[in-house]
Structure formats: structure tokens, C-alpha cells
Design a protein. Structure first.
Length: 276
């Protein structure tokens, strides 16, 4: 055997480890570290992690698991909605080699935050994305909402009794019933949706100025007309079979609702200023 052949032979079987074998070993070590969790650098990774911290980032949940975890609190959430939020960069599920999406508990909490902001504050996705970025930059800020693990804690209340609405809004049950009779709180089987609490709270504050439920009927009618207009705009997208189109319809409806709210507020402020 020549000296060159001997060197080549040692490169394969001798003391010098081939480059591809070393890379393979490093990859295997990395996989072992990932499997063994906190003992191998996870603590430092958690310090660098985005919001929310302290919650598992191991992607073990399928999209059906996510829908089940969020479905009670957000009955309208769908596969297409989750995929649209992913396209907008609000969530980044892991892709398996076969292309399936997998989510972690931390992903679910981020989704819960996005859906809550859309539902309760009518906040556009652009603003929600900016807020998430700020939360990622400072995950430990006390100003951020505390995450709640999916499937833990008290379940979200989907229907409210008149007394429950009254207790949460700080008004009387009689006042809630008056709002319902005036058509301001749509009821189903004598119960109300979660949005009834905010309506009752605001109406209760206005009542301190002598504004009665009957005075608010025209505002409810105007709001219904705005919803009808939004529905007309997004209906063509919502009727499409493509999941991305339906997700975009939901996002557009949320954004338009926020714009209508801001426009109404601007008109009211302008009118108040004109009073002198």
C-alpha cells in the first residue's frame, strides 16, 4: 500500500474522523439534547424565548388539538383561520417531514392572545402583530397579559345569565333585563353572549348621566347596519372554498369593524368639540 493510500485508509477507518461522520455525530448529539430538555441548555433558551415564557415549546399538538383547546372560548375558530394567521406571521407552527403542522402550548397561548384582541378589542392584525413584537422584546413585562395554559383554569363562559352579566358589569339584574327588552342585548334562551358584559358596563356608565336604554336603540340600529355592510363586503371571500380566502374574510371583517368604531368615535368627538 502506498503512503497516499495509507493516509486515505486512515481517513476512513483510522484516527482521523471523516468530516461527514463528525457532522452526523453533532446532529445526533443535538437531537439528544433536544430530547433531554432543560438539562442541556433549555434554561438559556427560555431566557431568549419570545412571549410567553415558561410554557412548553415542544410541538406535539396537531391542528385538531389546537382547535379543540380553543374551540370553547372561540367557537368560530377554524382550520382556515389558523392557516391565515400563520400566513400573516402571527404564528409559526413546526412542519413535520410530511408537511403537517404541529403546535406547542406556547403557540396556543399566542393564538389565544390574537383571537382575544380581535374579539374583544376589534384590533387589526397589523396592530396585534406589533404588540406581539413588543411583548417578544420584553417578555417579562408586568404589562403583558398572563398566559393561561389551554385546557387549564376555569373554562370560558360561552353563555351568561342576566345575573352573571349584572355581576360582571357592576349593574343590577333589572338593568340588564331592561337592556334586553330594548333590543340592546340579544338573548337566546334567556342567556347572553360574553359581549353582553361590555355593553352592560358601558350602558351602566351612561345611565349615570341619565341616558336610558331606550335612548340607545338608534345606536344599536346603526351598529347593525354597519355589520350588514361589512358582511356585504366580505361575503364573496367567505363563500370561496379556499381556506386562505375565508381566513382573509374574517380578518377583513375585524379590521373594518375597528375602522367603523374609530370613525364613529371621531364624529362624536368632533360634535362634542363643536358644542363649545
Amino acid at each position: 500500500m502506498t503512503a497516499g493510500a495509507a493516509r486515505d485508509h486512515r481517513g476512513v477507518h483510522g484516527g482521523t474522523e471523516p468530516r461527514h461522520d463528525r457532522a452526523h455525530e453533532r446532529g445526533r448529539d443535538h437531537e439528544q439534547d433536544a430530547e433531554q430538555g432543560p438539562q442541556h441548555g433549555a434554561a438559556q433558551d427560555d431566557l431568549d424565548a419570545p412571549w410567553p415564557r415558561g410554557i412548553s415549546r415542544q410541538a406535539t399538538m396537531r391542528i385538531s388539538d389546537v382547535l379543540r383547546a380553543l374551540g370553547q372560548e372561540f367557537p368560530s375558530v377554524s382550520h382556515s383561520k389558523l392557516r391565515f394567521l400563520e400566513e400573516q406571521g402571527l404564528i409559526e407552527p413546526v412542519r413535520t417531514p410530511s408537511g403537517y403542522r404541529q403546535y406547542s402550548q406556547a403557540d396556543v397561548e399566542r393564538l389565544r392572545f390574537v383571537l382575544t384582541e380581535q374579539r374583544d378589542s376589534y384590533m387589526p392584525l397589523k396592530v396585534i402583530k406589533e404588540r406581539l413584537a413588543a411583548m417578544d422584546a420584553d417578555p417579562d413585562s408586568a404589562e403583558h397579559p398572563a398566559p393561561r395554559l389551554a385546557g387549564t383554569g376555569s373554562p370560558a363562559r360561552r353563555r351568561w345569565s342576566a345575573q352573571a352579566v349584572a355581576d360582571a358589569a357592576g349593574v343590577t339584574e333589572e338593568f340588564v333585563q331592561n337592556l334586553a327588552q330594548a333590543g340592546l342585548l340579544p338573548a337566546s334562551g334567556g342567556t347572553f353572549g360574553s359581549g353582553a358584559v361590555e355593553v352592560a358596563r358601558i350602558a351602566g356608565a351612561l345611565a349615570e348621566f341619565g341616558i336610558e336604554p331606550r335612548h340607545l336603540r338608534s345606536y344599536r340600529t346603526a351598529a347593525d347596519r354597519q355589520v350588514t355592510l361589512v358582511d356585504q363586503v366580505v361575503a364573496p371571500l367567505r363563500s370561496q372554498h379556499a381556506s386562505a380566502a375565508r381566513g382573509r374574510a374574517a380578518s377583513m371583517a375585524s379590521d373594518m369593524g375597528e375602522l367603523f368604531t374609530r370613525l364613529h368615535a371621531a364624529w362624536v368627538r368632533q360634535g362634542i368639540d363643536d358644542l363649545g
